[in-house]
Design a protein around this ligand. Structure first.
Ligand code: 3MF
Ligand code: MG
Length: 344
């Protein structure tokens, strides 16, 4: 049965559209309406930024945070939904403009840590242990603007401060090599896990691999996943697709590289990722200029393609694979894979 995976997406995956050159093409949809889409589209998990969960996080008292997070928890329960993770949205605040944890400004660094502690409190109140850190602006536009050695030290100090804030919280670092920065400080899962093992509690620091981010780093997403899986540290994925080295496209899963998508599913199957009960997260956006009435299809389509690829992985003739590997006949293996994908 290919139905044992759990799927999630974030409210930002139903979006206004637009590109840097044009106006919005779809109306804003309020959070409550987006929540209603989850069950309709066959999703159980909700990925949340801290301010998706509690708007204006910085202005709220601890009691307000608790109350609003508790209200969201019951709203989600009412819809039969589970919060997968909370991620601090540092990159949209003016204080985070030059990075949070690695800003040259000590006040900005302190704000980033404090804000993330609030995000942790929200996660705890919602009943999830998973905190995702996409280190959006931790990096530089020009190398001369920061001392990168010092910045990596600050990044580690921030991770340790967050681990100390809550004894059970788990940090999944979502590496991305660029955008919004020219160069990010933690561009790959190798960097993320090196940081994890240098932290005060390596068991509580892992990773999340996004297909497009790995592609932007010139790496194979399935091998990035494998690196984390081998260490027991793949705590979520953001499946999507990316057509070459350009802006982060967040295309539907399999849309640009179907065989690459197959290989990501294959590696998740080899690791029995479904058995871990961790979510298969999507981080997909509909095409920028699509009209509102079709602007949810990318989510259902990505999930459907994933499940079709699970069937493809499970039905691949193992004997052929073994024979080809034993004979070191990779040409035959490649043809068998292509024919299998094309349905011969
Ligand atoms: C950017 C991303 C982000 C993260 C999200 C959760 C807006 O490229 O992928 O999506 O996934 O912030 O950490
Ligand atoms: Mg992502």
């Amino acid at each position: 049965m290919a139905s044992n995976y759990r799927f999630s997406f974030g409210p930002w995956n139903i979006s206004e559209g637009a590109d840097p050159f044009g106006p919005p093409v779809r109306p804003t949809i309020e959070f409550g309406k987006k929540l209603a889409a989850y069950k309709r589209l066959g999703f159980e998990g909700v990925q949340l930024h801290d301010d998706d969960a509690v708007p204006n996080v910085d202005q709220k008292s601890a009691a307000e945070l608790q109350r609003e997070a508790a209200a969201l928890k019951s709203l989600l329960e009412g819809e039969g939904l589970v919060p997968e993770f909370v991620a601090p949205r540092l990159w949209e605040d003016p204080r985070g403009v030059d990075g949070g944890y690695t800003s040259n400004d000590p006040q900005a660094r302190q704000w980033a840590i404090d804000r993330t502690k609030r995000a942790i409190d929200i996660a705890a109140a919602l009943g999830t242990k998973l905190m995702v850190l996409w280190l959006a602006r931790e990096g530089t536009y020009i190398r001369e603007s920061k001392n990168a050695i010092q910045a990596y030290g600050w990044q580690l100090e921030a991770v340790n401060a967050l681990l100390a804030h809550h004894p059970e919280i788990q940090l999944a670092i979502e590496p991305k090599p660029n955008e919004p920065m020219d160069q990010a400080y933690v561009p790959t899962i190798g960097h993320a896990l090196a940081l994890a093992y240098r932290s005060a509690d390596p068991a509580r620091v892992g990773g999340l691999i996004e297909t497009a981010h790995a592609r932007l780093a010139g790496l194979d997403p399935s091998d990035e996943m494998a690196f984390a899986l081998a260490a027991g540290k793949l705590w979520s994925v953001h499946l999507n697709d990316q057509n070459g080295l350009k802006f982060d496209q967040d295309k539907s899963f399999g849309a640009a590289d179907l065989r690459g998508a197959y290989n990501q599913v294959r590696i998740l199957e080899l690791a029995d990722y479904a058995g871990t009960r961790r979510f298969v997260g999507l981080d997909v956006k509909t095409m920028r200029t699509q009209k509102a009435d079709v602007a949810e299809k990318h989510l259902a389509n990505s999930k459907a393609i994933f499940l079709r690829l699970v069937e493809k992985v499970r039905s691949f003739p193992r004997q052929v694979e073994q024979q080809c590997i034993a004979a070191r006949d990779y040409e035959a293996l490649e043809l068998a894979v292509l024919e299998h994908l094309m349905g011969k």
